[in-house]
Design a binder for this molecule. Structure first.
Ligand code: PMV
Length: 324
C-alpha cells in the first residue's frame, strides 16, 4: 500500500459529562466535523510527522530518535509509536504521516479523541494490524489517558463508532435519536483544559463527597430519562432535562462568564434548553429550540461574537477515506 487516509468524526456530549468519569450514564453523539490522518510511503528513510493544525513537521532518522525527542506536548503520539513497535515489531521507516482536524482543540468537541482514533485507524490499515473498531477505540483510549489523565472513554468510543450512544463504565449502546432533533453548538471562544477540569472535580469530590456524589447520581438519572426523550424526539422535555443537567454542572463550578452569556442569550431568544458540553470552564454550549427559532438564536449569538454550528450526526464513525 502506498498511502491511506482515514477520517474520524468529532463528538458532542448531550448529557452526563463528568458524572460519566465516576461510572454514571452519559449520552454522546458523533458530529460531522472531522479529523483526518494520511500515512504514505516516502522515499526518505525517515519517519516524518506533520501536525498541520500546529504548523509543525517533525522528522526522525530512527524510532529511537523519535522516542527520545518527540515533543512532550504530543506524548500520546510517541506512546502510540512505541506501543505499536512493542506489540507488532514495527519500525516505521520510510513513512510520512499527516494529521489534521477541523475541530478546535479545547472546544469540547473531541479533537484529541477524534485525532487519536484517525491515527490508530490509519496505522491499522497501513500495516494490516487487524484491529477491529473496538480494538482501535481501546488503543485510542490509552492515548486519551495520556492527554486527559483519567477520562471515561466516552470520547474515543463515540469517535470510533459514530451515531449516538449511551455510555456507562466502558460499555455503550447505540441509541436512535429522533431525526427531528438538532442542536446548536456555540463556541464560547475560551479554550478549556479537560485534564484540569477533571482534576478540579476530583478535588471537589474529595472535599465534599456526599454533595458531589449526590449530584452525579442525579445527573446519571437525567441521562437515562433523556435517552427516552431523545428517541421520542420530544424537544420540550429534552430541553428541560438539559437545563436541569446545566444546573448541576453549575453547582460543580464548571460554568464561567462566557458559558453563562451564551446560555442566557439562547434562553432569552426562546431556547427550550441550553447547557455546556464537555469538560466546561470554556469550550462549547449546546442548545435545543423549535426549528423556527434556530436562525434567530444563531444570529443573536453571532452578534455577541459567538459562532455556532448546527449538529449533523455522523452515522459511520472512523473510516477509510482513500487508499492507494
Ligand atoms: O471537553 P471534552 O471533550 O474533553 O469532554 C470530556 C468529558 C468529561 O466527562 C469531562 C471527561 C470524560 O472523559 O468523560
Amino acid at each position: 500500500m502506498e498511502s491511506v487516509t482515514t477520517i474520524s468524526p468529532g463528538k458532542c456530549i448531550l448529557f452526563g459529562e463528568h458524572a460519566v468519569v465516576y461510572g454514571y450514564s452519559a449520552i454522546a453523539t458523533a458530529i460531522s466535523l472531522y479529523s483526518s490522518c494520511t500515512i504514505s510511503k516516502s522515499d526518505h528513510e525517515t519517519i516524518s510527522v506533520n501536525l498541520e493544525n500546529y504548523d509543525k513537521i517533525y522528522e526522525f532518522m530512527t524510532l529511537n530518535e523519535l522516542a527520545s525527542s518527540f515533543p512532550e506536548q504530543f506524548n500520546q503520539i510517541r506512546y502510540l509509536f512505541m506501543s505499536l513497535h512493542n506489540k507488532f515489531n514495527l519500525n516505521f521507516n520510510n513513512i510520512k504521516i499527516t494529521l489534521k482536524s477541523s475541530i478546535m482543540p479545547g472546544s469540547g468537541l473531541g479533537s484529541s479523541a477524534s485525532t487519536a482514533v484517525a491515527l490508530v485507524s490509519a496505522f491499522n490499515e497501513f500495516y494490516g494490524l487487524n484491529l477491529d473498531k473496538q480494538g482501535i477505540s481501546e488503543v485510542a483510549f490509552e492515548m486519551e489517558k495520556i492527554v486527559h489523565g483519567s477520562p471515561s472513554g466516552i470520547d474515543n468510543t463515540i469517535c470510533t463508532f459514530g451515531n449516538s450512544i449511551i455510555f456507562q463504565n466502558g460499555t455503550y449502546k447505540f441509541l436512535k435519536m429522533h431525526q427531528d432533533l438538532k442542536f446548536i453548538i456555540t463556541d464560547t471562544n475560551i479554550e478549556h483544559d479537560t485534564k484540569l477540569a477533571i482534576n478540579e472535580i476530583k478535588t471537589l469530590r474529595e472535599e465534599d463527597p456526599k454533595f458531589v456524589n449526590n449530584i452525579f447520581r442525579n445527573i446519571g438519572k437525567l441521562s437515562k430519562a433523556a435517552k427516552r426523550e431523545l428517541i421520542k424526539g420530544n424537544k420540550k422535555h429534552v430541553g428541560e432535562l438539559m437545563n436541569r443537567n446545566q444546573n448541576y454542572l453549575s453547582s460543580l463550578r464548571l460554568v464561567n462568564q462566557e458559558i453563562s452569556k451564551v446560555i442566557n442569550t439562547a434562553r432569552m431568544f426562546g431556547a427550550l434548553g441550553s447547557k455546556l458540553t464537555g469538560a466546561g470552564l470554556g469550550g462549547c454550549v449546546i442548545t435545543i429550540c423549535k426549528d423556527k427559532k434556530i436562525e434567530n438564536i444563531i444570529s443573536q449569538l453571532d452578534k455577541q461574537g459567538f459562532k455556532s454550528y448546527l449538529t449533523k450526526i455522523d452515522n459511520q464513525g472512523v473510516r477509510i477515506e482513500k487508499k492507494e
